[in-house]
Ligand binder design. Sequence first.
Ligand code: DP6
Length: 330
Amino acid sequence: MREATASAHANIAIAKYWGKADEAANLPAVPSVSMTLAALTTTTTVRFDASLGEDELILDGNVVQGKALHRVTALLDRVRARAGSSERAHVLTSNDFPTASGLASSASAFAALALAATAAAGLQVVAGEVSDLARRSSASAARSVLGGFVRLASAERGADFLAAEQVAPAGHWDVRVVIGVNAEGAKSVGSTDGMLHTQRTSPYYAAWVSLCPGLAKAVEEAIASRDIEALGEAAEHSALAMHASAMAAAPGVVYFNAATMACLQTVRELRRDGVPAYATMDAGPHVKVITLPEHVGVVDERMRATAGLVRTIVSKLGGPAVVRVSSAGP
Ligand code: DP6
């Protein structure tokens, strides 16, 4: 028996993915660019075992069944098909941040699972193949396979391969992210459901899709020239436009709460005071603030003083997903 343990970091999209070109193949309709976050890590061990009747999933010490287990089995089925095996797997996974905080990330989860599962199955794969495998489960997970600044292109319906690519390694530019965790983290509409509903019913979805290539290009240029103002402005524009398209769906998908708005206000006040601080929000109420190392102290302090904020997590950029293989008993 072989087992493999992989770790992958969460990532935060600077240019957001929101919308699918093909739902069944999980191909994004828009290009996205992200930063891999060192402070949020999922570690997953996969062991294929001929004696198991079904896949087993243990998350942070609890047995998980239902939809989450089905998504794991779907990824493992792809690995089994490729390895020519029918062995079920035991999957043990944990996050180094509270799962119930609403930061629980399908990105780090499926990146770690794809890497651990391919290694445990003895498949010889390169990072692009792991990224493509992770992308089929959750498109943002494709980006968490790589470190630093990462791009995932959009795709046409019918494409049979799409992997994320590194734009620049973490060492290229020391950007920091202050993650503001606010109270009602775990209760939002999931990102898959939220984006599908947006693309089916929002009159602003087409405008969003046409905006994205330009924003992704602006983000990549800002990374190349280490221009925090250009990066931050594109990041805020992408996040607010994504949320505006979701809010215009019928019925509207609203991820913001009062603390989200208060944090956005704080970020604008910081900028007024000359501090480079830019906000981005995913499918939840938390505000993540992009800044530079010398400004982390003041950004963190002002975020913590914002009404409704529970705590902050400060992150540097992280490296790629990593894996270790070992033989397991008996
Ligand atoms: C708002 O990758 O979770 O975080 O592919 O359906 O699993 P699926 O969606 P997912 O969506 C992430 C959306 C986002 C923006 C982003 O990370 O780019």
